[in-house]
Ligand binder design. Structure first.
Ligand code: FES
Length: 77
C-alpha cells in the first residue's frame, strides 16, 4: 500500500496479489490518513472497499486504475 496526495485529496494505492486498486485515502469514520491510521482500528476490504469492522461504517470511494508499461494511472473522481 502507498498513500499519495493529489490536489489535496488522499488516495490509497494497493497492490493486492498483483492487482492494483485505488481507494479514497481518508478513513470514512474520521478524517484521518488511511496509509498511517491507527486511530480506532477499523479495517476495510481492499477489493470491495466495504468497512468490515466498526467504528467505520461507510465504504471507501473507489478510483479507476490503469496500468501501462509498468506505470500506474489513477483517475481521481
Ligand atoms: S479514524 Fe479510522 S476508524 Fe476512526
Amino acid at each position: 500500500m502507498k498513500g499519495i496526495e493529489h490536489d489535496g485529496k488522499r488516495i490509497l494505492v494497493v497492490n493486492l496479489d498483483g492487482t492494483i486498486y485505488a481507494w479514497d485515502g481518508t478513513c470514512t469514520h474520521e478524517e484521518y490518513d488511511l496509509s498511517m491510521c491507527a486511530l480506532h482500528l477499523s479495517q476495510f476490504n481492499l477489493i470491495t472497499g466495504e468497512a468490515v469492522n466498526p467504528p467505520a461504517e461507510r465504504p471507501l470511494g473507489k478510483h479507476q486504475v490503469k496500468v501501462a508499461n509498468g506505470d500506474i494511472f489513477v483517475e481521481v473522481a
